[in-house]
Design a protein around this ligand. Structure first.
Ligand code: ADP
Ligand code: MG
Length: 359
């Protein structure tokens, strides 16, 4: 087990006459035994970062350390990490027992009996002990992914590196496997970097979440920290489901004026001092329907059972609200909302930097 430290990690690719900066000078420390989720939109550099850590890509500059050891120039098989990919990459002609034990057989001098015993232990841990004689094509997607995990676990590596390992599974199995994987990682206590583009998955699984955009690291923190106190508009927008409502508002003293009927008097004007306009953010769950507030016109109501999602028009801007299941405006109905200043987010309109987040 060890800490993984990325120090100004940079990876550029040549693509025709273009240089693509896939990873743009990232500093990141993944703690010993931690489950860190690297999350961001497609193409932001997650896989490349992970492949650099694994030793599958040469870095352009910067260093990677495992504990105190500089591993930047070590090849993949000298790094003692185990990767799990989206496509399970099982050996089709080998049964489950061989698939799980194969790596150990190659890398250690252990006897077949010893390896068999470990395979059985790992298979039991993953609930696939009855499948040891089967071939990959006879297994479901979830079972195949367990075999791929088994292959990683049996090596007892310094770190697990997982790249969207659950994204080929259907929604129900995915959420079940999330829980299993977390429990397993917790029990094994192995430093894990888990890549996903799915912020819900990131929020659910990570001890900490590292949010990436366009090759750069935006913020690292617990799910609660990135949700409540995003450093910028990108993080605020990316984290949270449904997404935060964002729109421009002009600043006049303590007054914010936005699209349609949007007007709001700030009790505390400190965050907007010196600004003529700001970006306003209000999360759907912080919107409260009231008798006399900011008017919006109902477009669509989505009943979710325990609550409803209300999609409404605010001066040409779509506003999303999570409201009580008893609130049932019909399309065309004008309703009225307010929110607590504590729940209000404000961003610099140029840089996107957060001026105020939830308190
Ligand atoms: P993510 O996993 O977040 O979707 P990637 O790390 O796969 O992102 O890609 C980051 C950027 O680097 C993208 O612009 C992608 O097109 C580019 N890229 C990744 N691998 C290569 C490669 N082997 N050659 C050229 N460009 C690449
Ligand atoms: Mg990827």
């Amino acid at each position: 087990m060890s800490t993984i430290t990325l120090d100004t990690l940079r990876k550029e690719f040549d693509s025709g006459d273009e240089r693509i900066v896939a990873v743009d000078d990232i500093d990141l420390e993944i703690r010993d035994g931690e489950f860190l989720v690297l999350v961001g939109p497609s193409g932001c550099g997650k896989t490349t970062t992970l492949r650099c850590v694994a030793g599958l890509e040469d870095v352009t500059s910067g260093t990677i350390r495992f504990g105190d050891d500089d591993v930047t120039d070590l090849r993949a098989r000298e790094r003692d990490v185990a990767m799990v990919f989206q496509n399970y990459a099982l050996y089709p002609h080998m049964n489950v027992r061989k698939n799980i034990g194969f790596g150990l057989k190659l890398s250690t001098q252990q006897s077949s009996a010893d390896i068999d015993r470990q395979v059985e232990e790992v298979a039991e841990m993953l609930g696939i002990e009855d499948l040891l004689g089967q071939k990959p094509k006879e297994l479901s997607g979830g079972q195949q992914q367990r075999v791929a995990l088994g292959r990683a676990i049996i090596r007892d590596p310094e770190a697990f590196l997982m790249d969207e390992p659950l994204s080929n599974l259907d929604a129900k199995l995915r959420s079940q496997m999330r829980t299993e994987l977390q429990t397993l990682q917790h029990d094994l206590d192995v430093t894990t970097v888990y890549v996903t583009h799915d912020q819900t998955e990131a929020m659910a699984m990570g001890d900490r979440i590292a949010v990436m955009n366009d090759g750069t690291l935006q913020q690292v923190g617990t799910a609660e920290a990135v949700y409540r106190s995003p450093v910028n508009e990108f993080v605020a927008d990316f984290i949270g489901s449904p997404s935060i409502n964002l729109f421009d508002a002009t600043v006049d003293g303590n007054r914010l004026d936005g699209p349609g009927d949007f007007g709001y008097r700030l009790a505390d004007t400190t965050p907007v001092e010196g600004y003529e306009s700001v970006r306003v953010g209000v999360r759907p769950e912080d919107i409260e329907l009231v008798a006399d507030g900011i008017d919006i016109e109902t477009k669509v109501l989505e009943p979710m059972g325990n609550e409803n999602y209300l999609y409404a028009d605010l001066g040409g801007h779509e506003l999303t609200a999570r409201v009580a299941s008893t609130a049932r405006p019909s399309p065309g109905d004008v309703v009225s909302f307010t929110f607590d200043e504590d729940a209000l987010y404000l961003f610099d309109p140029e840089t996107g930097e957060a001026l105020k987040t939830k308190t």
